[in-house]
Design a protein around this ligand. Structure first.
Ligand SMILES: [Zn+2]
Length: 216
C-alpha cells in the first residue's frame, strides 16, 4: 500500500472516529435526559442578568476571559443560548423582531457550523433600529418576511426539528434584559409537530420565487 493511500485511510479513520464520538455524545445526552424524567421541558423567565457568554462560543482551554461581566452563573439567557447552540442539522426561526447581537452571534455561529438556518420575520420589523437581518443575509442565511397586512407575531425557534422554544420573548436586548418575558422549552412532539407545520406553512407561503396567488 502506498504512503498516500495509508495517509488517506488514516484521515478517513479520524473522520469516522470524530463522527462516532459526536454521535455517542448525542446519544448519551439524549439517554441521560430521558432517564431524568423524559423529554426536555423547561421554562425560562426574563429579564436575565447579563453575564459573560464567551465560554458558550469558544472551545474550552482558551484561557480566562478578561471581560468585566460576571463569569460562571447560569441564567435564562445562557440557557436560551445553549439550546440554540445545541443545533446540529437545522435551526428554524420565526421571529417578530430581531436586534439582539448575542442571539445573532449564536445564529451566525450555527450557520458557520453548517447548520441549515431559515428565518421568517415580520416585514414591518425587518429593519428596526439594530436589526440583525442584514448580518444574516450578508452571511448567506435564508430570510423570508411575511407579506400580509397583519403582524407575523410569532417568537419561536425549532432546533433540529426536535426542540421547540416559544413564548413572549422578542429577540431584542430590551426584552432579554428589561422586560418580563417567558420562553417555554419542550421536546414534546405534541407541541413540536404543530410548530413544525406552522413554520413550513409560513416558509412556503412567503417564498419570493413562488408565483403570486391568483384571485378566483
Ligand atoms: Zn468574559
Amino acid at each position: 500500500m502506498s504512503v498516500s493511500h495509508t495517509v488517506k485511510l488514516l484521515g478517513l479513520g479520524v473522520v469516522v472516529a470524530t463522527l462516532s464520538l459526536e454521535g455517542l455524545l448525542w446519544l448519551y445526552q439524549r439517554l441521560r435526559q430521558w432517564s431524568c424524567g423524559g423529554p426536555l421541558k423547561e421554562v425560562l423567565f426574563f429579564p436575565a442578568s447579563m453575564t459573560c457568554v464567551e465560554h458558550l462560543f469558544c472551545p474550552p482551554g482558551d484561557g480566562p476571559c478578561p471581560c468585566p461581566l460576571p463569569h460562571g452563573p447560569e441564567t435564562s439567557f445562557t440557557r436560551l443560548l445553549r439550546h440554540l447552540l445545541s443545533a446540529r442539522a437545522t435551526l428554524d426561526l420565526c421571529l417578530f423582531s430581531f436586534s439582539s447581537q448575542e442571539l445573532s452571534r449564536a445564529v451566525l455561529h450555527m450557520h458557520r457550523r453548517r447548520v441549515a438556518v431559515r428565518v421568517v420575520i415580520d416585514k414591518d420589523y425587518l429593519d428596526i433600529n439594530g436589526s440583525q437581518v442584514g448580518r444574516l443575509l450578508k452571511a448567506g442565511i435564508s430570510v423570508r418576511h411575511d407579506t400580509g397586512s397583519y403582524f407575523m407575531h410569532h417568537k419561536f425557534a425549532l432546533v433540529d426539528g426536535r426542540l421547540l422554544l416559544t413564548g413572549s420573548l422578542n429577540w431584542t436586548m430590551t426584552a432579554v434584559q428589561g422586560n418580563r418575558e417567558n420562553v417555554l422549552v419542550t421536546e414534546d412532539p405534541a407541541f413540536v409537530k404543530p410548530f413544525l407545520r406552522e413554520f413550513e406553512e409560513l416558509w412556503t407561503a412567503n417564498d419570493p420565487a413562488a408565483p403570486a396567488p391568483t384571485l378566483a
